[in-house]
Design a protein around this ligand. Sequence first.
Ligand code: ADP
Ligand code: MG
Length: 452
Amino acid sequence: MEAKMELKELIALEQVGKSYQQPNGQQIPILENISLKLNTGEIVALLGPSGSGKSTLMRIIAGLIAPTSGQVLYRNRPMLGLNPGVAIIFQAFALYPWLTVLENVELGLKALGAEVISRRAKALKMIDIIGLDGFENAYPKELSGGMRQRVGFARALAVEPELLCMDEPFSALDVLTAENLRFELLDLWIERRIPTKAILIVTHGIEEAVILADRIIVLGRNPGRIRADLPVTLNHYRDRKSPEFQALVDQVYKILTNPEFEPVKAAPVQILQPPQPLKYQSLPQVRVGSIAGLLELLEDRQEKDLYKLGQDLQLEVDDILPIVEGAKLMGLVTLTEGDINLPPLGLEFIAGNVDERKQIVQNQLLANIPLIQQIRLLLQAKRNQRLPEELILDILESHFSPNEAQRQLATAIDWGRYAELYSYDEPAGIIFLEQNVEVNQETSIADSQSSL
Ligand code: ADP
Ligand code: MG
């Protein structure tokens, strides 16, 4: 039976924001206005698409990095620097290859300055608890991935952290090992064999969150912010097949797949920042070919429920979401409450031949994607109709991190090329207009220009 601990506030984040400064001085917001409390007795899952700032948020909670704005309170006191009550488990645990399992587990205790004898005793106890008995003197290279991750768990738990933070701790493991370790962790927690008071797990797996967590916090992207904070009241151990479980998975899926565009937020006072000229959407990293594939599948399978469709096709939410997002940006699908539908334009696309499809995408891109409009405008403004990609990257880097800017550019180039809006000379890094490319909708560019 589950004995519930009394809920007490362990960590509170108050309007925490994090941004990184670009070489040009521009601040890129990664997390925005995050207010959240972690209580004792809870397993909390931080769920969100990749790039939504989950790892960053976890590192802020652990005190590995400081927020740019707002504050973190630990037991009601502002937290400065590394939080001694926290231990972290990462996806692929960095074990020291020249140290044995026992020595690796002892490391964390050494850092705490524990005496040699108590250190050894605690490490051995944790090795036992975590199922590494008999492997004390093995070296990491002798262990399977699952066993190595166990060493990571043992090392983190040996210090008896109040808060255990885990960043996608099961995602590098095969399915069975992951499930096994998940339930073992749950055993330790439920049976109170570890003194840990709260667990924070970062994940992009909806089912993993619903299996483990008492609360699921859903983050959205660009910048990362809380989109939902859902309690999970099902008793452990949860049955993935039960209707309650499925309903919750569905609900989270709906939140994740809901349109991300929200009314312009009331920005906190940021006097130092120049006004941002144009808000680019965040383009998902998908090729038009994948979008076409999705549309065809939708028509073939007549399955409207996105979650079921993903399951049927064995697609992870991280795989299917960007494709859906791309199709939505092009107006080829509509989404309502997790159901995906083909509007007339989507059906027209499916029925169309290559040229007709290109034309549809061309119209849609020019009407809906400011970045692509902008590239066209810049190209047309130049006599030689050629643009170095750096120019676009520079513009993008005032909206996105350098890596994200690269990804955004790659997508804009892929989509624009497909629609024959421009061409790209990859070795030279030049975007250019083909000589006799006709575009029908130049007026729509002019229209949207006035609102830039
Ligand atoms: P997640 O864990 O949800 O995938 P991360 O927290 O790793 O997301 O990253 C969120 C965003 O912050 C990403 O766009 C990433 O490129 C950016 N980012 C993370 N760390 C840095 C950094 N040190 N400098 C600049 N950008 C960063
Ligand atoms: Mg991460």
